[in-house]
Design a protein around this ligand. Structure first.
Ligand code: DAH
Length: 339
């Protein structure tokens, strides 16, 4: 008996298998009920009592080694399967949540793209300004209400340091540095001492536009704005210019666009007029050109300015301007796919 156990043990130590199925065959051959090892256990009953102890120990060792060996053979194929067969390397990877642009950036980029197609470049200026760039060079008379603390945030008085109330200040900075032809837009943040409500905020954004060259006429202004409006709000849009007043343009106008919500028929957004006011514009006042060092006898120009929030509210039917500044992800997420 001990000899048979001995030879079976060396047989088992030398086992090998080429596949998981072969290893299973070996388990059946040695360890199943009728397997070679199990049969020896059956014969154990007839071993004479004096040998029982030695044979029993040898048998147990044989069984343990056989189980371990076959288990090892099987595991070798388990590992191979996980790295080759079971992991599907073609499955898409785990995606990371990415953010989106803020709706005001989306709209600003759309506007900038349209003007870029007309040859307008982009410049920016400081948010903290002086009186000259925000008011004086733009022909604001000394007693103009915008110069009042009620309307403008002053950081310092005499000399005046203030938060710009409009991006028209960038016109001045650009004209002081550059001679015509100038064709550029100036996007940026502006500040006004206003009570915050659904329609007004003390911080908002504007895009200013400026074109100065020889023989620029009001017709150029009109055509530029019509092109912009049709690109932005749709090709059926119409514009309407109403005479107005700004210190830095002469003549000045407010531009309305036909209401894109009701198509001009009248609704509560356009207050049943069919028109939405979206920007101020006009021919740059010759005084402004001269104050900025540009010869007003040789050059003329047009300018316009619009609020980005207002345009975004009209385009996306947003009813409360405060939503732009609250950073509620439920609001912002809706613009995720826009560029
Ligand atoms: N700066 C004006 C404002 O903040 C908007 C404006 C009106 C800009 C007429 C212009 C313009 O360039 O020509 O209300």
């Amino acid at each position: 008996m001990l000899n048979r156990i001995e030879s079976l043990l060396s047989e088992i130590r030398g086992l090998s298998a080429a596949s998981a199925a072969e290893a299973e065959q070996l388990r059946i051959k040695y360890l199943s009920k009728k397997g070679t090892v199990s049969v020896l256990f059956d014969e154990f009953k007839s071993v004479p009592p004096a040998e029982k102890k030695a044979v029993g120990m040898a048998l147990n060792q044989l069984k343990n080694e056989a189980q371990q060996r076959i288990q090892d053979l099987k595991e070798q194929f388990d590992n191979a399967e996980t790295s080759e067969g079971k992991v599907d390397l073609t499955l898409p990877g785990t995606s990371f949540p990415i953010g989106g642009r803020h709706p005001l950036s989306v709209v600003r980029n759309q506007i900038a793209d349209i003007f870029a197609r007309l040859g307008f470049s982009i410049s920016e200026g400081p948010e903290i300004e002086d009186d000259w760039h925000v008011f004086s060079a733009l022909n604001f008379p000394p007693e103009h209400p915008a110069r009042d603390m009620q309307d403008t945030f002053f950081i310092h008085k005499n000399p005046d340091v203030l938060l710009r109330t409009h991006t028209s200040s960038v016109q001045v900075r650009v004209m002081e540095k550059q001679q015509p032809p100038i064709r550029a837009i100036f996007p940026g943040r502006v500040f006004r001492n206003e009570a915050i409500s659904a329609r007004a905020h003390c911080i908002f954004h504007q895009i200013e536009g400026l074109y100065v060259a020889e023989n620029v006429s009001f017709a150029d202004l009109k055509q530029t704005l019509l092109y912009f409006v049709r690109e932005f709000f749709g090709e059926n849009s119409e514009i309407r210019l109403r005479p107005s007043y700004f210190p830095f343009t002469e003549p000045s106008a407010e531009m309305d666009v036909s209401c894109s919500i009701c198509g001009g028929k009248g609704c509560n957004v356009c207050k049943y007029t069919g028109w939405l006011e979206i920007m101020g514009c006009g021919m740059v006042d010759p005084n402004v050109l001269d104050l900025c060092g540009i010869d007003s006898k040789k050059y003329s120009g047009f300018a316009f300015g619009m609020g980005i929030e207002r345009i975004a509210m009209l385009k996306y039917h947003i009813k409360d301007i405060r939503l732009f500044f609250e950073n509620d992800v439920r609001f912002l997420e809706q613009f995720k796919s826009a560029l």
